[in-house]
Design a protein around this ligand. Structure first.
Ligand code: ZN
Length: 613
């Protein structure tokens, strides 16, 4: 195909103050048949129908003979019948959603995913195309540059100009940032990597790069090869935000300013102030997570995604593996690469286990059901979600941990989940052959030589708790459960386990916005029995006024078994309930490194946490 035959997308941040991108789609040879155009309903990696086409605020087409009428077929599809010569479709897209999944434009920057901007030309998905990124006319924006992993086709690095994509899938897999941003570069196995950071910040980017390089190297060592010639982290810094979305050659990250490492020369964190470091650890975990996806889900893909389109939901029972295994390895790479020590890793592990264990919904839904229903349940969580669903991230990571430790134990350390991942890469990643719904189970059995049927049947098809204490003991980690010491208690690592203090519980989670509003009423617990409901605003406990600052603590210290009167407003109606606190359930995870374990156990722990790079 000659260059002049290529479909071209021309993108202009046309009206930043109105948050409008202008796009011109040129089809040099539209043919004689009707041309059908559509925008995806969802973006890969985020399993919810988002109907991006609703942000197309105007569309018009013309060819050599003049205007061509566009006819809308459904919420996201247009059809036109060209008359003569090249067809040009001009449309405007409203972009005012600052997430990694959509598009955002103002005078400070522009960001978009191709799923928000690029209409698909039906029947021509497999053709290469060209992307021209034009600078904004606004003089306030004259310093703007471009960060994207799109292949350059004449554009300078970080410049506006011409880029290209191999096909439509490739076209929508490279988010684009325009604006003034900082860039830090590093290499992994000789391959250039960058992080572009936009938004207001003063972070120590040199430290960030020095930490990212060994984390990325761990993942490369695990899979045995790095299948990219470039990789870009696109990071947007805001006051309060968190999120990431994976792509084949890049990922988009949204983080809070305080998640990034403190600027060089700033006063060091005060002794005992581990908050800054734990926020940074979480951010490194996010980077590690999205980078792992470069293999696991972007190249090793469920067969359902290989065959499915983007116009409606695509169901798979495998998200427990694609998100859960990725979540397991994201923190594991931090300890394997020496960014955190074994105790730091166990702190992160205790927290992720607690987040699963404290929700009764884990007894209502299996991890494969959670995967299948991601679209309408995990992605559309309401006040009842903690009672009704389990996270395929959290329970999936727990399943990956149990699988890894079980394989290590039962093969005498000869095999691990690492071997299963490498086999998945060779069988499905390198070849592009989709993973069948039971494919991971079969491959894990094949690679390890173990009969894993019973394990997978329990972990994937039931809601029974996995025997984590026994599995962790095989790597010299003691685990026990105890009652929560407060609403923010997500577990800990202890040098020695203290005697367990009984605690009282009412089964309420309050809103995190500082109001004394009930966000969640946990199933079969005292508040539900008393009649308190999500949305109620608590105004008095035991006849004394409370507010957002005091309600939580007052609820926490109520004595077990003694009824107290609680006054709430439900809508505008004052209601009173008699609440009788019960003993708190043991649903918080406490871990301890057992340094007195037998030598073979300590050696197994060593192998589990050791660098592969
Ligand atoms: Zn993920």
């Amino acid at each position: 195909m000659s260059d002049s035959d290529l479909i071209v997308y021309r993108v202009t941040p046309a009206r930043p103050a109105a948050h409008i991108f202008a796009v011109e789609l040129s089809i040099p040879n539209p043919g004689d048949d009707a041309v059908t155009l559509s925008l995806p309903a969802w973006i890969p990696g985020s399993y919810m129908i988002r109907d991006f086409a609703r942000n197309i605020v105007s569309i018009a087409a013309e060819d050599a003979a003049g205007p061509v009428p566009t006819r809308k077929l459904d919420k996201q599809t247009w059809r036109l019948t060209p008359g003569a010569g090249a067809l040009s479709i001009r449309y405007e897209v409203y972009a005012w959603e600052l997430t990694v999944r959509s598009a955002h434009l103002d005078r400070t920057h522009g960001f978009f995913n191709g799923t928000s901007l690029f209409l698909r030309v039906h029947g021509r998905d497999a053709e290469p195309c060209r992307v021209e990124l034009l600078p904004p006319a606004d003089p306030d924006c004259k310093e703007w540059r471009v960060a994207t992993s799109l292949a350059r086709d004449g554009a300078e690095r970080w410049g506006f100009g011409t880029y290209r994509a191999d096909d439509y899938d490739d076209l929508i897999d490279h988010p684009v940032e325009m604006g003034c941003f900082d860039v830090v570069a590093y290499r992994v196995g000789g391959v250039p990597h960058w992080m572009a950071v936009s938004g207001r910040h003063r972070a120590d980017l040199a430290r960030l790069a020095a930490d990212l390089a060994p984390i990325c190297a761990e993942h490369v060592a695990l899979f045995g090869e790095l299948p990219v010639d470039r990789y870009l982290f696109l990071t947007q810094v805001v006051g309060d935000g968190y999120g990431g979305l994976e792509h084949r050659f890049s990922s988009s990250l949204l983080c809070s300013r305080d998640d990034l490492p403190r600027p060089r020369g700033a006063a060091p964190a005060q002794a005992g102030d581990t908050h800054a470091e734990s926020d940074y650890r979480r951010f490194l975990g996010l980077c590690s997570h999205e980078y792992f996806h470069l293999w696991n889900v972007k190249r090793i893909r469920p067969a359902a995604f290989v065959d499915g389109g983007l116009d409606r939901e695509v169901h798979t029972r495998l998200l427990w593996a694609f998100e859960g295994i990725t979540s397991y390895y994201d923190d594991l790479a931090l300890v394997r690469s020496g960014r955190i020590d074994a105790k730091g890793y166990l702190e992160a592990l205790a927290e992720s286990l607690t987040k699963v264990l404290r929700n009764p919904g884990r007894f209502m839904q299996t991890v494969t059901e959670s995967s299948f229903d991601a679209w309408t349940r995990f992605y559309k969580q309401d006040e009842n979600a903690p009672n009704a669903i389990v996270s395929y991230y959290g329970k999936g990571a727990m399943t990956a941990l149990a699988l890894d430790l079980g394989i290590r134990r039962d093969t005498g350390g000869a095999r691990s989940l690492d071997d299963v991942m490498r086999a998945l890469w060779e069988r499905h990643g390198r070849t592009g052959i989709g993973v069948p719904e039971r494919g991971i189970e079969a491959l894990a059995a094949e690679v390890t030589g173990l009969d894993l049927y019973g394990f997978f049947a329990q972990a994937l098809e039931t809601t029974e708790d996995l025997d984590l204490p026994a599995l962790l003991a095989t790597v010299g980690v003691e685990m026990r459960l105890r009652p929560a010491r407060g609403p923010k208690d997500l577990g800990n690592v202890a040098d020695a386990f203290e005697p367990i203090e009984p605690a009282s519980d009412v089964g309420i989670r309050l809103a995190t916005d500082g109001e004394s509003r009930v966000a969640v009423v946990l199933d079969e617990r005292p508040a539900q029995r008393a009649g308190i409901a999500a949305g109620d605003v608590i105004i008095a406990i035991d006849g004394l006024r409370v507010d957002g600052a005091t309600a939580s603590e007052r609820l926490r210290v109520l004595p077990i078994g003694q009824s107290v009167r609680v006054h709430v407003f439900r809508r505008d109606e004052l209601m009173a309930f008699d609440l009788t606190p019960a003993p708190a359930p043991a649903d918080v995870c406490e871990l301890r490194l057992d340094e007195a374990a037998p030598a073979e156990v300590l050696a197994r722990r060593q192998a589990w946490l050791a660098s592969l790079a």
